[in-house]
Design a protein around this ligand. Structure first.
Ligand code: IPM
Ligand code: MG
Length: 352
């Protein structure tokens, strides 16, 4: 099996944090071939395109992609086609990365980082399965037009049943490997698209009799996530609701700097990135938390390369570093040892 990884450092803190994850991957001596390319604002600056041809080619050839983060205020006023986010949406669509797995788990060492009471979040371990290549994000028609002297904006929420079915299967199977509880989130009381979503999830359920399927409306789900988040095991939802709920879920842990994510196609190819953004306010200072990116590399080992032992080794090393008391600024508490990006990477390497 070839093991080619495309590295996309991106913008802001992206280059600093991916550098640490690359060091960890190299230290495993698993024969990975790595090549770097541009995505996002960095690509706009260099090539006038947030997802340039050279990157498309490399990403398409690779078995997996490791991404830092894209975006920053510098590019916010560019036309939509040239915004860094367009690069991210472009690569998701191009590589057919329809299944976005966003775990939100609370490390016992970081229990105080959450803004919620410890008893509400201790032991929290949720997986959000977000559909990533459909919904209102990509639906046509869309735009801003004028009619009778007034501008109007419009987008289209749409899902085909096969799109719903394939993400449903990913979620049922993930639930099967966890605590066998799947909550599908929709807005079927108002939106037809999500009535279809609920219907298709119900049609799938008999194939997974060992998984308990439930449904929840998205507004209630947003509320339940802060009221009693431990009621959830796996949540499956569409692109838009998943975007919002996964940010909410990540904050239950208080440390978005710790959360990895995986975006997978139908064949195990994946793009792996931290759940957090490019943090332009701290970029270039060597203080960003590289752990979410390192943990994203662990997900890559697990999902794309089926190297479970290596994945566990990396995750174990991260836990060890936390137990040693090392903390970057985002997860710092008095009494702990304040560490920079590189120092954190060093400690993970040592713990490996
Ligand atoms: C995310 C981000 C992206 C999204 C943006 C940057 C386009 O918020 O990955 O959740 O909305 O999907
Ligand atoms: Mg988001």
């Amino acid at each position: 099996m070839s093991k080619k990884i495309c590295i996309l450092p991106g913008d802001g803190i992206g280059p600093e944090i991916t550098a640490e994850a690359v060091r960890v991957l190299n230290a495993l001596h698993l024969g990975f071939e790595m090549e770097t390319a541009l995505l996002g604002g960095a690509a706009v600056d260099a090539a006038g395109d947030p997802y340039p041809e050279a990157t498309r080619k490399l990403a398409a050839e690779a078995d997996a992609v490791l991404l830092g983060a894209v975006g920053g205020p510098r590019w916010d006023n560019l036309p939509r086609e040239k915004r860094p986010e367009k690069g991210l949406l472009g690569i998701r669509k191009h590589l057919n990365l329809f299944a976005n797995l966003r775990p939100a788990m609370l490390y016992p060492e970081l229990a105080n980082a959450s803004t919620l009471k410890p008893e509400i979040v201790s032991g929290l371990d949720i997986l959000i399965v977000r559909e990533l290549t459909g919904d209102i994000y990509f639906g046509q028609p869309r735009g801003i037009e004028s009619h009778s002297g007034e501008r109007f904006g419009f987008n289209t929420m749409r899902y085909t049943e096969s799109e719903i079915r394939r993400i449903g299967r990913v979620a049922f199977e993930a639930a099967r490997r966890r605590h066998r509880k799947l909550c599908s989130v929709d807005k079927m009381n108002v939106l037809e698209t999500t009535q279809l979503w609920r219907d298709v999830m119900n049609e799938l359920a008999p194939e997974y009799p060992d998984v308990a399927l439930s449904h929840m409306l998205v507004d209630n789900a947003a509320m339940q996530l802060v009221r009693a988040p431990k009621q959830f095991d796996v949540i499956v939802t569409g692109n838009m609701f998943g975007d919002i709920l996964s940010d909410e879920a990540s904050m239950l842990t208080g440390s978005i700097g710790m959360l990895p994510s995986a975006s997978l196609d139908e064949n195990g190819k994946g793009l792996y990135e931290p759940s957090h953004g490019s943090a332009p306010d701290i970029s270039g200072q060597g203080v960003a938390n590289p752990l979410a990116t390192i943990l994203s590399a662990a997900l890559m080992l697990r999902y794309t390369f089926a190297l479970e032992d290596a994945a566990l080794a990396v995750e174990g090393a991260v836990k060890k570093v936390l137990a040693q008391g090392l903390r970057t600024g985002d997860i710092y508490e008095p009494g702990m040892i304040r560490a920079g990006t590189k120092q954190m990477g060093d400690a993970v390497l040592a713990a490996l």
